[in-house]
Design a protein. Structure first.
Length: 85
């Protein structure tokens, strides 16, 4: 099963925000008083959570420990695996 263009675009946005969040986190480790970086970090994490929520609502869980798991069925393994995308 292959992903459609929309799903791939959403995954790319998630990966981008993960990268930005981690880079800002590393920067803040050495510059903890930089308020601009802290604000940027908060915005990046907020955007990341938004993108993950949108993705999981439309396409299902990204990880097995997803907070969006309802317990109704085990759909974690129903979608395409990363190497199938």
């Amino acid at each position: 099963m292959k992903c459609d263009d929309r799903q791939m675009a959403m995954l790319m946005k998630i990966q981008e925000m993960q990268f930005v969040s981690i880079e800002l986190q590393l920067y803040l480790d050495t510059h903890p008083c930089d308020q601009d970086a802290l604000n940027d970090y908060r915005c990046a994490v907020e955007a990341l959570h938004k993108y993950i929520m949108e993705y999981e609502t439309e396409f299902g869980s990204l990880i097995a420990l997803s907070p969006h798991y309802t317990g109704d069925n085990w759909d974690w393994a129903e979608g395409p695996w990363p190497w199938e995308m």
